[in-house]
Design a protein around this ligand. Structure first.
Ligand code: SF4
Ligand code: SF4
Length: 152
């Protein structure tokens, strides 16, 4: 007997999601979208996906995505599209919203475990990438000014 073809139903645990957008970045069909609007990161995803790749589920760092077979003929109870939001936190230097509180907390915890410099972790993690680059450039400029000229 021929098997009924299936699509996949996306189930996302919004409580687990940290807002990393790995699923949106990795989806080969661009079916998961996100955008930062003010102090919120907003996501949307289809309730049912015809892709068979499962890439979104595989890349999610917190196992927030489950894919369940969904029969093609089951259109009567078609699950609605999914939307969810996470609040963003502001950069400690410039005040711009830049990441989610969950990502900031997870990064702080991981780096504090891995590095033996908790002060460096708490200095850098709450700072956005743009401010980190400015600070790095300043450090390099300051350091190279005080170094002896290697050509003399
Ligand atoms: S199953 Fe594949 S195509 Fe469908 S949303 Fe996930 S990554 Fe995208
Ligand atoms: S990969 Fe997982 S944690 Fe990251 S945004 Fe997607 S569902 Fe959320």
């Amino acid at each position: 007997m021929r098997e009924t073809p299936t699509r996949q139903r996306l189930i996302i645990d919004f409580e687990k999601c940290c807002g990393c957008f790995a699923c949106a970045a990795a989806c080969p069909e661009k079916r998961i979208a996100f955008s930062d609007q003010g102090t919120e990161r907003r996501f949307s995803a289809p309730g049912v996906c015809s892709g068979e790749c499962e890439t979104c589920r595989k890349v999610c760092p917190v196992d927030a995505i489950v894919l369940e077979p969904f029969p093609l003929e089951d259109d009567e109870c078609h699950p609605p599209a999914l939307t969810w939001t996470l609040p963003l936190v502001r950069c400690r230097r410039c005040g711009e919203p830049f990441t989610t509180e969950k990502i900031r907390r997870m990064t702080m915890e991981k780096l504090t475990m891995l590095l033996e410099a908790p002060d460096a972790v708490s200095d850098w993690v709450p700072v956005c990438l743009a401010c980190r680059r400015i600070e790095e450039a300043h450090r390099v400029r300051t350091a190279t000014r005080t170094l002896p000229d290697p050509l003399r």
